[in-house]
Design a protein around this ligand. Sequence first.
Ligand SMILES: NC(=O)c1ccc[n+]([C@@H]2O[C@H](COP(=O)([O-])OP(=O)(O)OC[C@H]3O[C@@H](n4cnc5c(N)ncnc54)[C@H](O)[C@@H]3O)[C@@H](O)[C@H]2O)c1
Length: 98
Amino acid sequence: MKILISGSAGFIGFHAVKKFLELGHEVVGIDNINDYYDTNLKESRLQQISSTRFKFIKADFADNLAVKIMFLIESYTLELKQELDIQSLTLMTMSIVI
Ligand SMILES: NC(=O)c1ccc[n+]([C@@H]2O[C@H](COP(=O)([O-])OP(=O)(O)OC[C@H]3O[C@@H](n4cnc5c(N)ncnc54)[C@H](O)[C@@H]3O)[C@@H](O)[C@H]2O)c1
């Protein structure tokens, strides 16, 4: 399965990426590496992920064009759980499954 994880350089996203890779999935991570706290910590988390099944995209999940391009390149279709609030998508770590 191919999993998309937003906030992948953050605390929860990073651990979610590692877990999905351990489980054998292909993972695409997206994060804008904002400076809410030390960006070096976020960069160092990403450097710890060496799997060839992981691809990182530095982009803002609120940037429609960037997300559209990413979805085209990665051939994702979006399958959202109904209970997700669309406005919280940029704030929360989530997975999208093809
Ligand atoms: N850490 C916890 O214990 C905890 C508990 C409950 C809920 N949450 C929620 O889970 C989410 C993630 O928590 P966390 O601790 O991993 O936070 P975090 O700040 O460590 O990670 C969030 C990541 O998302 C990135 N990001 C933010 N806006 C983005 C955007 N528009 N586009 C791309 N990337 C963006 C940031 O650069 C950051 O790396 C937050 O919404 C938080 O409120 C966290």
